[in-house]
Design a protein. Structure first.
Length: 154
């Protein structure tokens, strides 16, 4: 399977490494050029036991890559995982601006069917439904002047 993960933090990087280790072809997309360059050099920006070996094994096998190019990411995978930060907003609720920005980006670049999955390190009840509904609304507004089919999952 070809999977794109937007976000290379704890959630996205660990998920991507595990999916690649299972045999999938994973492309992690991140807006942070410095972090992406580190990952491309084999440097791991977070500490998680066993993560370095998972990543190096999958990179060497050609199943895990890193980029800042969002269009390349959208083109790469049938599955588009949104695993960007959802920090607390001023009122304590999850700030979904990054999730929705990625949803817009995916929508802007889609040319064929995609399965979009929202994933977060926040409590599911706080983020899941809102991100799902928000992402679905964004997709309904953005790319479908081209009538590209999609599904959003959580």
């Amino acid at each position: 399977m070809r999977i794109t993960i937007f976000g290379s933090g704890y959630v996205g990087l660990v998920t991507g490494a595990c999916l690649a280790d299972a045999g999938n072809h994973v492309l992690c997309v991140d807006v942070d050029e410095r972090k992406t360059a580190m990952l491309q050099r084999g440097e791991i920006p977070i500490h998680e036991p066993g993560l370095e070996s998972l990543i190096s094994r999958s990179v060497e096998a050609g199943r895990l890559r890193f980029t800042t190019n969002a269009k390349e990411g959208v083109d790469h995978g049938l599955f588009q995982l949104i695993a960007v930060g959802t920090p607390p907003d001023e009122d304590g609720s999850a700030d979904l601006r990054y999730v929705l920005a990625v949803a817009r980006t995916i929508g802007d670049h889609m040319t064929d069917y995609k399965v979009v999955v929202t994933k977060s390190n926040q409590m599911f009840e706080q983020v899941g439904d809102v991100a799902h509904v928000g992402s679905h609304r964004v997709f309904a507004e953005v790319p479908f002047r081209r009538q590209v089919p999609f599904v959003v999952s959580q």
